[in-house]
Structures are given as structure tokens and as C-alpha cells.
Ligand binder design. Structure first.
Ligand code: UTP
Length: 228
């Protein structure tokens, strides 16, 4: 018998859409998810904005736009990326992209969405969605292979955690949101993980690793344990 499992994936824009939407990756990701759904799992995906969102935010910011307007542009790009993922999934996914957690469709097909409102990133949306849907696992698929003691791109001596408590992760990422800024996991997402005792896995955004993180296999990333 298949164990009922509900997973929410925060699919980084760095993974699916940088420097521009990656059609090959999207197709491969959709094939993998179809296999997972066919085993009886329920899945929701929140897609990030990636480089394109960052460029829009940079331009708007140079034109004097407020943080809120910058965030709105970022959200628009995340929704376009979400639309492409939904198209790649075809009839397996709801094609209408919810704009908030208040307008979620029934979870009978894959739910795909982007951002909701200013003030956070799609990681936070995914964490809140995982709580709302009662998911057993939140998979954060990003361009790093896990949580390190410092940014490994800037500090080669940084060490990777196989497992970290949400409280410790909170200390690592700080607490302030800036449009287009990037921490390994958005501070608000970490708060939601901590407060709701969510199980999260931070994994490099390769399709096989994402699959392993959903199904409970060897993913090579970091397990984040919520709660005190
Ligand atoms: P992302 O979720 O893509 O942020 O949203 P990110 O940290 O750049 O992640 P990667 O690199 O794609 O993995 C892009 C921007 O859109 C705005 C924020 O400004 C964010 O930085 N946004 C997104 C919101 O304001 N609200 C949302 O719900 C989602």
C-alpha cells in the first residue's frame, strides 16, 4: 500500500529560471513529479523568480521604486515561472495559478503557484502553504547543496550541516527581508518552520535530489528540524 504523503516544494528561481526560464529542466522536473504523483503522493510547488526577477527589481530600484513596488515586480515574475511549470505538468496540475493562500483549489492535482504579497520570498509562501496543506515535508530546492555555516561561494572553509535545528538556522539567516536579496532560506520561512515544527529539507535543485528529498532517499542536502 502506498503511504499517503504530502509534499510542498519551494523551487528556486535560481534552479528553474536563471538566467532565463530553463525549458529542459522544467520538462525533466515535470516528468519526475508525474512519477511521484502516480505513486499516490500529493504535491504542491511554489516557483521563484530567479535572475529575471532580480533584474526587474534592480531596474525598478534604480528608477526610485519603493521596496513594495520592487516586491510586486518580483511576484509577477514568479507567477510567470509558475505558469510555465504548470504547463510542463499539463493535466497533472491546476493551470490557474493561485494568487494567495485564500484561493487554493482542491488538492486533487499538483498546485503550482508563485509569490503572494510583498514582504517575503517564495520560500515563505511555500512554508505557509506546507502548514496550510498539512504537508509532511517542505523541500527547498536551491542552487547550493545544503545549509552551510557561511555562504560557501564566499567562504570556502564553510562547513555543510547534514541536520540543523530551525532555531540555529534562524541565527544564520537573520530576520530582515529586502527585495531580491538571497539567503539560503528566507527568514520568514525559517520562522514558519520553527513555529509549526515543519520538517524541511534544503537540497541542490537537481531533479534526482529533489525526488529523493520528497520520497525520503539519499539527497545529500540538509534536514531542518522545526520546533523547539
Ligand atoms: P523569489 O522567491 O524568487 O526570491 O522572489 P529569491 O530569494 O530571489 O529566490 P530565488 O533566487 O529565485 O531562488 C523574488 C522576489 O519577489 C518578491 C521579493 O522581492 C523576492 O525577492 N516576492 C516574492 C514577494 O515580495 N512576495 C512573494 O510572495 C514572493
Amino acid at each position: 500500500m502506498v503511504r499517503e504523503l504530502r509534499a510542498v516544494i519551494s523551487l528556486g528561481g535560481s534552479v528553474a529560471a536563471s538566467p532565463a526560464p530553463k525549458l529542459g529542466f522544467m520538462r525533466e522536473f515535470a516528468r519526475m513529479l508525474t512519477g511521484v504523483v502516480d505513486r499516490g503522493y500529493r504535491v504542491a510547488v511554489v516557483v521563484g523568480g530567479g535572475r529575471v526577477a532580480r533584474e526587474y527589481i534592480r531596474c525598478a530600484s534604480e528608477l526610485g521604486a519603493s521596496q513594495e513596488v520592487c516586491d510586486e515586480l518580483g511576484i509577477a515574475v514568479t507567477r510567470m515561472n509558475a505558469r510555465l511549470i504548470a504547463l510542463a505538468l499539463g493535466e497533472r496540475a491546476h493551470q490557474r495559478i493561485p494568487r494567495s493562500l485564500e484561493e487554493l483549489p482542491e488538492w486533487d492535482r499538483v498546485i503550482v503557484m508563485g509569490g503572494t504579497e510583498p514582504g517575503h520570498t517564495t520560500d515563505a509562501v511555500a512554508a505557509m502553504l506546507a502548514v496550510r496543506l498539512g504537508a509532511e515535508v517542505l523541500v527547498v530546492a536551491t542552487d547550493v547543496d545544503g545549509v552551510y555555516s557561511a555562504d560557501p561561494k564566499r567562504f570556502p572553509e564553510a562547513v555543510k550541516y547534514a541536520r540543523i535545528r530551525a532555531e540555529e538556522l534562524e541565527e544564520l539567516v537573520g530576520s530582515v527581508h529586502t527585495a531580491g536579496a538571497s539567503t539560503i532560506v528566507d527568514p520568514k520561512a525559517v520562522r514558519v518552520i520553527k513555529e509549526h515544527g515543519l520538517r524541511a529539507v534544503v537540497v541542490r535543485g537537481e531533479v534526482e535530489r529533489i525526488r529523493a528529498a520528497i520520497l525520503g532517499g539519499e539527497h545529500g542536502g540538509t534536514e531542518v528540524v522545526g520546533g523547539a
